[in-house]
Every structure is written in C-alpha cells, then in structure tokens.
Design a protein around this ligand. Structure first.
Ligand SMILES: C[S@@+](CC[C@H](N)C(=O)[O-])C[C@H]1O[C@@H](n2cnc3c(N)ncnc32)[C@H](O)[C@@H]1O
Length: 242
C-alpha cells in the first residue's frame, strides 16, 4: 500500500466536506488520516461485501464518507493488491445526537443521497431497525451503564446471525493511558461545543463479559496508532448459527 493511494483515499473521503465550512472539512480529514481504525476496517476486510450499516453517534458521517470513497477507488481499479475488496454498502444509516453534526452531514451528502441517511436522534431511545453491521466509534461512554447495556442488547437484536458489531472503548483498568485518553476526550468534546460530559467507562474485561453475556463472540485489539492511550477496538460477532 502506497502513501499515494492513502492520499487519494483521504482526498476522496474528505471531498463531501469541502465547501461545508472550515471545521467540517478539517475535522473529517484530520480524523480519517490520523485514526488507524478507518484503515484497519478496510485492510482487514471487517465489513461484509454488501449490507445495511448503522453507525450510532456517527457525528457528521466521516465513516460513511470513508466507505463510499473506498468503494469508488476500488471500482476505479485504484486499490491495494493485498487488501480485500472494498465493501459496497447498500444502506448507510447514521443516528447522531447533535443537530449541528446532522446539518453538516446533510450538507456533505445531500438530502436525497441514494445510500446515506443521517438523522438526529438519541441512541438510548432510537429504534435501530435491522442492520448487518452496527458501529459505535467512541460514543458508548457518554451515557450510563444501564443505558449502555440496553443499547448493546438492542444492537444484538438488530443483527442477523453472522452480523457484526464494531466498537471502540477506553479500558478503565489501563491506568495512566486511560486517564490521558479521558482528558483528551473531555478537551475535544468541549471544543466541539458540548458541556464537559461525565464519562461512563468500564474495565476492558467488563466490556467483554457484558458483550459475551448478550451472545456476541468478542475479539479485542488495541487501536491507538502509537499514541499512549487505552483505546480498544472490539470486534463483536453474532455466531452464524445463532
Ligand atoms: C467522539 S464523537 C465520535 C463521532 C464519530 N463516531 C466519529 O468517529 O467521527 C462521539 C459522538 O457521539 C455522539 N453521541 C453521544 N451520545 C449520543 C447518543 N446518546 N445518541 C447519539 N449520538 C450520541 C456525540 O454527539 C458525538 O458526535
């Protein structure tokens, strides 16, 4: 995989946010370039070839822009030989609490995009419908433990056998890296215009036990891109025969 390819992917994924205000463009571009989870999703072929994807706490839709850009480059034959085919999402449905993010998403993708639909909503209350892949990237810790359990339970119910839930959490048992992580989270949330939030975290073992108790098989993988944080990617699958 060349630097040139990653640059093209980043340019394509950032394009919808261009002309949508300084913040929208630089937020997505910065996030997609520096956060390794986006690359890993494609490189590891984590998502199925086709399907309905639901992103909870989707912000302005950076993940969707990334997936659409990946598919476009793949179809144009501009794709690393050692990466699996880019997925071709049939529906990209996002639910985001903050209206400002939803408005930025609407400007980026357009109101009548054939694949993308991002709506304002609170994932602790919203109906998830049915999906083949559900993602929550760095948003589960914004509400309390009882709501976390309920959201995870409803995600499990929304997924078919073989379905995937991909999330990233902080490991509250990781000591200093975890506290650093939380400090940065507070700062970024504040800069994005929110009040300083209370964060509801759990040790990694507790996240895994909770997800397993709901019927997921869980793989864990640190996802910090060289930063001294305690972020863990959780790849949670509904057993195919369930
Ligand atoms: C750290 S940001 C990550 C945004 C996005 N996942 C990304 O990767 O760019 C967390 C997002 O979760 C949203 N959020 C927090 N609580 C939520 C809730 N109860 N329902 C829906 N969205 C929520 C926040 O407004 C914020 O946009």
């Amino acid at each position: 995989m060349t630097k040139r390819f990653l640059r093209s992917l980043l340019d394509e994924a950032s394009r919808p946010f261009n002309g949508n205000g300084h913040f929208a463009y630089h937020y997505s571009r910065g996030k997609l370039s520096s956060d390794s989870i986006f690359r890993e999703i494609l490189k590891r072929g984590l998502f199925p070839a086709e399907g309905r994807y639901l992103d909870l706490g989707c912000g302005q839709g950076s993940l969707f822009a990334w997936l659409l850009a990946a598919r476009k480059l793949y179809e144009a034959g501009h794709w690393p030989k050692d990466w699996p085919a880019a997925p071709k999402p049939q529906h990209l449905h996002g639910i985001e609490l903050m209206q400002k993010d939803v408005d930025r998403a609407a400007r980026a993708f357009g109101a009548d995009h054939p694949v993308v639909r991002i709506e304002q909503g609170d994932m602790t209350k919203a109906d998830f419908g049915k999906a083949d892949v559900v993602t929550i990237l760095d948003a589960l810790h914004y509400f309390d433990h009882a709501h976390q359990k309920d959201v995870l339970k409803r995600i499990r119910a929304a997924l078919p056998p073989g379905g995937l839930f991909l999330t990233r959490v902080g490991d509250a048992s990781a000591g200093l890296p975890y506290h650093l992580c939380n400090w940065v989270d507070h700062a970024v949330t504040f800069v994005r215009g929110h009040r300083l939030p209370r964060l509801y975290c759990r040790p990694l073992a507790e996240w895994v036990a909770l997800l397993q108790s709901l019927g997921f098989s869980v793989e864990t993988d640190p996802m910090n891109e060289g930063k001294p944080f305690a972020n863990i990617m959780l790849v949670c699958r509904v057993p195919a025969a369930a």
